[in-house]
Design a protein around this ligand. Structure first.
Ligand code: UDX
Length: 463
């Protein structure tokens, strides 16, 4: 901090789910490293779950919370996401306004609030901040390519391309998402672009996501957890829609030196010793993220494909991921100690481990970036939102993995896992991509330079 300059205090407010909390805590670590004060805002429900080690990580960091407005026993799963959005907009926003107003005075310990960085899925958070005279920036935790797809939806609707009817040819090309004309197919658009398979209704999330994406143009700037070298074209096409754009990712690699614990689940570190006992690049790591739920049938196909591929595998299988308890089935199927199951893995450490040969992922944006940074080939089985387009970029644009899109059959899983484990070409291109992204996050690289520009931008807004 320059002498004589008032300390800068930023409130960081993520959408209250793991993937969003992770990248916004990485942002927090970076901003703390730059000398800023941070109030990290959880919901009451999540604050009870987080590792309080964060609170002690720096005297310039404090954790606070607002109610999300849902009863304690509400599942808060992806299927009920509308409930969460509604209650945050009502109950949550009232508490948030009151909290912000209380932070506008210097309380002795912490300086007066000077700026808000709110998740782009919480547009009320930027609106309320600005109404109270606090400059606000939006942060979207998804890929730039998915945001560009949302920005293109009004045009796609005009052309009759979206919503995609049930039974439509999903391999048909999509021509009007700028920069993606050569490779984007209907099946690669965000999942909400498809009509509901049974009811044939439009997914209400589509309108919500399109309007929230457009709303980011009102914020002082849009922050994205991506790197210019990964998504140069998408970033260039998003820029004219926003007041400013900062591409500062992969944030977990930028803020590695000041990392904060991020998990809402208890990490099972025992799997690291298990990995130690395996040869280099001999293990398949499987994780479908923090929200995905699969049917018993899908589980059986995935398991059979993994067993068929013949490699040892480590599966992060949340207890709520499959209806029935499948752990015994895996232990039995992966006989001879070839399978290790944990509820929740220390994923970034796992991906960094020399024994991991490939990563079977749902292509959530954090997981995709974590795999990219470690140069691990990916097998993508995407489920919803940005995952469809992320996996297309992995399979076709970046070439660091294969895309299993819409198909989970044992033979396909087996073939793709073998390819990711054995193909020298895939590994070479995954490692080249890792090198490229590491240059972005090194001092002088595009993401680090943008990060410094962001810090200056926030300081100027705070004057
Ligand atoms: C979803 C979206 O798919 C994602 O693209 C969007 O940006 C946020 O919401 P999620 O299912 O949580 O996210 O996936 P992802 O974005 O990959 O985040 C999961 C995070 O949990 C990763 O940072 C991963 O390292 C961590 N994780 C996952 C663990 O630490 N341990 C595990 O066992 C599984």
């Amino acid at each position: 901090m320059q002498p004589g300059m008032a300390p800068v205090h930023v409130l960081v407010f993520p959408w209250p789910m793991q993937g969003h909390i992770n990248s916004m805590l990485h942002l927090t670590a970076g901003l703390l490293g730059a000398g800023l004060h941070i109030t990290f805002l959880h919901t009451d429900h999540n604050l009870r779950r987080v590792d309080r080690a964060n609170a002690a990580a720096s005297p310039r960091l404090r954790l606070m919370s607002v109610p999300d407005g849902l009863p304690d026993d509400h599942p808060r799963s992806v299927d009920d996401i509308k409930d969460l959005g509604r209650s945050l907009r009502t109950t949550g926003s009232v508490a948030y306004r009151a909290l912000l107003a209380s932070l506008l005075v210097d309380d002795g310990g912490f300086p007066k609030l000077s700026c808000v960085v709110a998740d782009g899925l919480l547009p009320f958070a930027t609106d309320i901040a600005e109404a109270l005279g606090v400059p606000a920036l939006a942060f979207r935790t998804e890929s730039a390519c998915s945001l560009l797809a949302y920005l293109s939806v009004p045009r796609l609707v005009e052309l009759g391309e979206v919503p995609i009817p049930v039974g439509a040819e999903l391999d048909a090309p999509v021509h009007c998402v700028p920069g993606m004309e050569g490779f984007l197919r209907r099946r690669d658009l965000p999942s909400s672009c498809r009509l509901h398979a049974e009811t044939h209704d439009v997914d209400p999330m589509l309108q919500v996501l399109v309007s929230y994406t457009a709303h980011s143009s009102r914020a002082r700037a849009l922050i994205l957890n991506t790197a210019a070298s990964l998504e140069r074209s998408a970033l260039a096409h998003i820029a004219p829609h926003m007041r400013d754009v900062f591409a500062i990712g992969p944030l977990h690699a930028i803020s590695a030196a000041t990392a904060l614990p991020t998990s809402l689940w208890r990490e099972d570190d025992g799997c690291m010793a298990w990995l130690d006992g395996h040869a280099d690049r001999s293990v398949v790591y499987v994780s479908l993220g923090s929200l995905t739920v699969i049917s018993l049938e899908q589980f059986t196909e995935l398991l059979s494909g993994l067993v068929g591929a013949g490699y040892a595998f480590l599966w992060a299988l949340r207890p709520d991921m499959v209806g029935a308890s499948p752990k015994e089935a895996i232990e039995k199927a992966g006989n001879g100690g070839k399978a290790r199951i944990v509820d929740w893995a220390p994923q970034r450490d796992v991906l960094r481990h020399r024994a991991v040969g490939c990563f079977l992922t749902h292509a959530g944006w954090n997981s995709t970036l974590e795999g990219v940074v470690e140069g691990v080939p990916l097998v993508c089985w995407p489920f919803f939102m940005d995952q469809q387009i992320n996996s297309r970029f992995v399979g076709t644009v970046w070439g660091n993995g294969v895309d299993m899109k819409d198909v989970c059959e044992r033979a396909v899983v087996e073939r793709m896992v073998r390819e990711a484990m054995e193909s020298g070409e895939l590994r070479t291109s995954a490692q080249a991509l890792a090198q490229q992204v590491r240059r972005d996050v090194a001092e002088g690289g595009s993401s680090t330079t943008e990060f410094h520009r962001l810090v200056s931008f926030i300081k100027q807004l705070s004057c």
